[in-house]
Design a protein around this ligand. Structure first.
Ligand SMILES: *[C@@H]1O[C@H](CO)[C@@H](O)[C@H](O)[C@H]1NC(C)=O
Ligand SMILES: *[C@@H]1O[C@H](CO)[C@@H](O)[C@H](O)[C@H]1NC(C)=O
Ligand SMILES: *[C@@H]1O[C@H](CO)[C@@H](O)[C@H](O)[C@H]1NC(C)=O
Ligand SMILES: *[C@@H]1O[C@H](CO)[C@@H](O)[C@H](O)[C@H]1NC(C)=O
Ligand SMILES: *[C@@H]1O[C@H](CO)[C@@H](O)[C@H](O)[C@H]1NC(C)=O
Ligand SMILES: *[C@@H]1O[C@H](CO)[C@@H](O)[C@H](O)[C@H]1NC(C)=O
Length: 630
């Protein structure tokens, strides 16, 4: 059987196509050097940091203090004084592909730290507060950044800094690094509803701080930062290291660098237990990832090193035998467990049972943070419109999400949680006496769930939006003491839940919609006083008759008739006057009257001329006619 010659080529082409399709692209990466006017490339890895000069929030400055492990140091930062941007400031990075990311923010200082000016602020990612800076961080490099593993699913990354009034938040850099979708999957509760905040990451037996890139690690690992630790606290601990290669280190989904397993800490006779303790926030879940590889030449077989792992005295892993569980010597083993910590410390203890003492290569501890759900995006957009239209001062802090993090909601917007749809919505606006200007935008009706609006005591002008009747949940509407003009929109009558309506102290005019009368009967209270032009309810002036189209035609007709009458009368009077004058002339033949006569006739001709011109709109003519003739 002969094979066609082109078949192998076809097969090759097919294989190529398949492999291109399935070849993994590199992870999406965004690094920002805050406050920088130029893009910065840092040695030795030629890492690119983007300038953020187009970003308008905060104030760029030169940093006086940097995290020591950022080498070379990024020279600039951006800081956020309360007076310039208010309490909430955000970086919103757009066009971020949907995925799982490590987000890292480095803090800086604009002046030498002292107790009073050390910036202590909160940081949120996607509306979830992930970290509060602790007093003393500026003298502790390990605390000069925050990192979180988070799903970004709406093509944006929103990273906000929330001032607590102690110092000005100051940021040197932001990194958004894509990681594997399954990275750090610790159990069933893991997923889009949780964020893992890195509490610590330690490379045991290693004396120098290192990033994954220093270990030439896989980019899908998220370029983790590994703190150095050569002793877990006991004086008898010893660091170990090996040059030998480690199997299965860089496996998906976490892609740990191989070098991580080439060093370790081991315990000795003097203190067989290895114990690591760190301070934590009480009543939080912590996800603990422990790394092992048997790199001790004297431990050659299964059963030669067996230990239990305890977290705060509860056994989490029993009879851990690295060689048995990893499948051999010089092979990576990763164990993870999640524990609820009630107290303020978390202690991991390796307690040897058989043979050799305990050994550990690396420790990762994450705080499990429950992700907040964001506010309905159309409501956020409506509030943003309102912010611009009313020129809201920065002290309101309307940046980021209005309702979350719950620790830092926007001033003046009241939030409520919708338990069926798991969404926040806005149910009140309290912006009374805030010196607001501008006019009320129609977009306010997109805040569908508003129950109360208080804009009393500002300088808002223009009309009340005619569609305000669409806010059917509205119970209180207070627009008093502003400069609203025009008439009260008839749609206000559709606000059937309305209990309080204060429109006093504006420049409103026209008739108060009759529909409001019905509400009065149901115990609602209204105040329309101090609006010179309003009419139609008791306490206000009475309105002129309301004119239907028929009535208007009637009036026009009557006015025309009146005009005609006036003209006829005037002509008669003139004729009569002429006759009298002629008679007088004949009688006296005197000159003095001549001038007066000319003048008078001229006046009347003008009046007549006016009336004729405006005959088709005779109402005006009728109104003007008498005044001219009188
Ligand atoms: C930061 O330092 C550079 C020189 O290194 C200087 O040119 C620049 O003006 C400084 N910027 C500020 C905001 O102080
Ligand atoms: C973490 O532990 C859980 C169970 O505790 C396990 O199902 C999961 O596979 C582990 N994850 C990894 C990446 O080892
Ligand atoms: C800790 O995790 C458990 C199990 O997922 C959960 O039921 C509990 O609410 C969590 N506790 C806290 C404080 O997050
Ligand atoms: C609106 O605020 C003013 C004072 O700022 C207050 O007197 C008034 O009662 C408020 N209106 C409503 C409807 O609560
Ligand atoms: C209301 O005031 C604005 C100016 O603020 C003016 O342009 C508009 O014509 C006024 N409308 C009415 C109905 O008086
Ligand atoms: C209505 O507003 C006026 C001031 O514009 C005030 O003097 C009066 O007490 C108010 N009436 C009611 C019933 O609140």
């Amino acid at each position: 059987m002969r094979m066609p010659r082109f078949l192998p080529w076809l097969l090759l082409l097919f294989c190529l196509a398949i492999s291109t399709c399935f070849a993994r692209q590199g992870p999406w990466v965004m690094r920002i050097s805050c406050g920088s006017r130029v893009n910065v490339n840092t040695a030795p890895t030629n890492t690119r940091w983007n300038k953020d000069f187009a970003y308008t929030g905060g104030i760029p400055a030169n940093a006086t203090k940097y995290p020591s492990f950022l080498t070379p140091r990024l020279p600039t930062l951006r800081y956020f004084p309360l007076s310039s941007g208010g309490p909430n400031n955000c970086y919103n990075i757009r066009r971020v592909p949907k995925g799982h990311y490590t987000v890292r923010v480095f803090f800086g200082l604009i002046e030498e730290p002292d107790f009073n000016t050390e910036p202590l602020f909160d940081i949120s990612v996607q509306g979830t507060q992930v970290y509060s800076l602790q007093a003393g961080w500026s003298t502790n490099d390990d605390q000069s950044f925050v990192e979180a593993q988070v799903f970004l699913l709406d093509h944006t990354a929103s990273i906000c800094f929330h001032s607590t009034g102690h110092g000005d938040p100051a940021i040197t850099s932001i990194e958004i690094l894509q990681i594997d979708n399954q990275a750090y999957r610790y159990g069933p509760a893991w997923g889009q509803g949780t964020i893992l905040r890195t509490a610590t990451r330690l490379s045991c037996g290693n004396g120098k701080p290192k990033f994954d890139v220093d270990y030439s690690g896989d980019h899908w690992g998220g370029d983790r930062f590994w703190g150095p630790i050569t002793s877990l606290g006991s004086s008898s601990d010893q660091p170990r290291s090996t040059e030998a290669g480690i199997k299965h280190a860089t496996n998906a989904p976490n892609f740990y660098p191989e070098a991580l397993y080439q060093t370790a800490i081991v315990s000795t006779d003097a203190q067989p237990d290895l114990a690591y303790t760190m301070d934590v926030e009480p009543n939080r879940n912590y996800s603990i990832w422990l790394h092992f590889a048997e790199i001790d030449a004297t431990v050659t077989d299964v059963g030669k090193r067996v230990f239990d792992i305890l977290v705060n005295s509860d056994v989490q892993f029993q009879d851990v035998d690295i060689i048995k569980m990893s499948g051999g010597r010089y092979t990576a083993l990763v164990l993870n467990t999640t524990v609820l910590v009630n107290g303020r410390t978390l202690t991991i203890t390796l307690h040897p049972k058989e043979g050799q003492y305990a050994i550990i290569s690396a420790i990762e501890i994450f705080e499990v943070v429950i992700a907040e759900t964001k506010t309905l995006s159309q409501e956020v957009a409506a509030l943003q419109k309102l912010k611009t239209a009313l020129a809201l001062p920065p002290r309101f802090g309307w940046n980021g999400d209005p309702c979350v993090p719950q620790q830092h909601p926007w001033n003046g917007a009241d939030c409520q949680f919708d338990r069926t749809n798991f969404r926040w919505f806005i149910d009140g606006l309290g912006l009374d006496n805030q010196g607001l200007r501008g006019s009320l935008p129609n977009d306010i009706i997109k805040l569908q769930s508003l129950q109360s609006i208080n804009l009393s005591g500002n300088s808002i002008h223009g009309a009340i939006p005619s569609s305000i009747g669409k806010l059917t949940k509205l119970e209180a509407l207070d627009l008093s003491y502003n400069s609203f003009n025009g008439s009260i929109p008839a749609s206000v009558g559709q606000l059937t839940s309305l209990r309080r309506l204060n429109l006093n102290g504006n420049h409103l005019s026209g008739r108060v919609p009759a529909e409001l009368g019905g509400m009065l009967l149901h115990g609602a209270t209204f105040n329309f006083t101090d609006n010179a032009g309003l009419c139609g309810i008791p306490g206000l002036r009475t309105c002129g008759p309301r004119l239907t189209a028929g009535a208007k035609i009637g009036i026009a007709f009557a006015a025309s008739v009146a005009c005609l009458l006036v003209v006829v009368c005037a002509t008669c009077w003139w004729k009569r006057r002429q006759n009298i004058l002629r008679a007088q002339q004949i009688a006296a033949r005197g000159a003095p009257y001549a001038k007066a006569r000319t003048h008078l006739s001229h006046d009347i001709q003008l009046t007549r001329h006016y009336n004729n011109q405006n005959h088709h709109s005779s109402r005006t003519a009728a109104e003007n006619g008498p005044s001219l003739l009188s």
